[in-house]
Write a protein that binds this ligand. Structure first.
Ligand code: AVJ
Length: 314
């Protein structure tokens, strides 16, 4: 586990241009900072999806249940499940027959979520799986033929960028049965100022979230990044919809990563590419579905049309 982290850091910081993978943001401190991000006034994504679920949970249940069939809700990367709870609560109230399977690579996250759900909804059947998404789907397919509804929410797909998203979804489509569906959350193109502010908040939480990855490298790989010498710089390109975050070295400097025995040299104003948060429009979404083996059944929007949860089938 730590080995891949070390390898990926070494690879990214030895490349031109330098990059780090946003999947490494989420150590304990990173989890905490992301919680804070979701509560910031600028970070509209969480609230938009929460609104979609609150106002359209009835319609979603109808589509998930079809002719009163049982189903299994499988959530990729569930986190604290705050938004999902809106659905779970409603489905229980309507006496729907379903199981909830959060999948996550962090056993810790899963245990917190499962305990919390059992406490709050004793009648809910929770069946968590710890591991990689596709491996766990594969495992399930041997033991269970119940209709699967995959939840991939919160614009998590945005971190893949367009090409990687295509690859991921193409693979996913081969792991599903004809009756299965995918509910996937996309952040939509909108006023560039609104997008940019979500990644450049006034309180500096997103800045801290990015810098925390350098701190993590200091902690886990015995490096000596001076966090005050890097500037958080996010950009939104309204044409491609890519929001990219960089940490830019404010001066020429050398950083030692002791456990790798590696010196990393920065020129003044040299960036480290940290994250992409891809924004979509409806044409891009339709193209993505078509070219990955899905079709779009139905789109669920919030009132402002900031965000869409798109229901796909094969
Ligand atoms: C968890 C990928 C949905 O890209 O909006 C939030 C992560 N990064 N602020 C996003 C994130 C900076 C977030 N996702």
């Amino acid at each position: 586990m730590n080995d891949t982290f070390a390898e990926d850091v070494l690879k990214g910081l030895s490349s031109t241009p330098k990059f780090l993978s946003s999947k490494y943001f989420y150590d304990e401190k990173g989890d905490e900072l992301f919680q804070q991000i979701m509560n910031m006034p600028e970070y509209y994504l969480t609230r938009s999806e929460y609104e979609i679920f609150s106002l359209q949970k009835g319609q979603l249940l109808k589509l998930f249940q079809r002719n009163d069939q049982p189903f299994r809700l499988i959530e990729f990367g569930a986190g604290d499940g705050l938004k999902t709870k809106v659905l779970l609560e409603h489905f229980l109230e309507k006496k729907a027959v379903f199981k909830y399977t959060p999948i996550d690579i962090s056993g810790n996250v899963l245990e917190l979520l499962s305990n919390d759900l059992q406490q709050n909804y004793p009648s809910l059947s929770v069946d968590p799986m710890e591991g990689e998404y596709f491996q766990m789907l594969e495992k399930l397919s041997h033991t269970d033929s119940t209709r699967k509804i995959i939840l991939f929410l919160g614009s998590n797909i945005g971190n893949f960028g367009e090409q990687e998203a295509l690859k991921f979804l193409g693979q996913l489509s081969t792991k599903l049965n004809p009756q299965d569906s995918l509910l996937i959350g996309f952040d939509l193109k909108k006023d560039p100022e609104v997008v940019l502010n979500a990644y450049n908040d006034h309180s500096g939480i997103t800045r801290a979230f990015n810098l925390n990855l350098l701190q993590r490298i200091n902690n886990e790989l015995d490096a000596n990044f001076d966090l005050t010498r890097f500037k958080h710089a996010p950009f939104y390109d309204p044409m491609t919809g890519a929001t990219k975050s960089y940490l830019v070295s404010m001066q020429k400097q050398d950083v030692m990563i002791a456990s790798l025995g590696k010196m990393i040299c920065f020129e003044q104003w040299e960036p480290i590419y940290m994250e992409v948060s891809q924004k979509y429009d409806l044409d891009m979404i339709k193209n993505l579905a078509d070219s990955s083996g899905f079709k779009v059944d139905c789109n669920f929007f919030d009132c402002k049309h900031y965000f869409v949860d798109s229901l796909w089938s094969l």
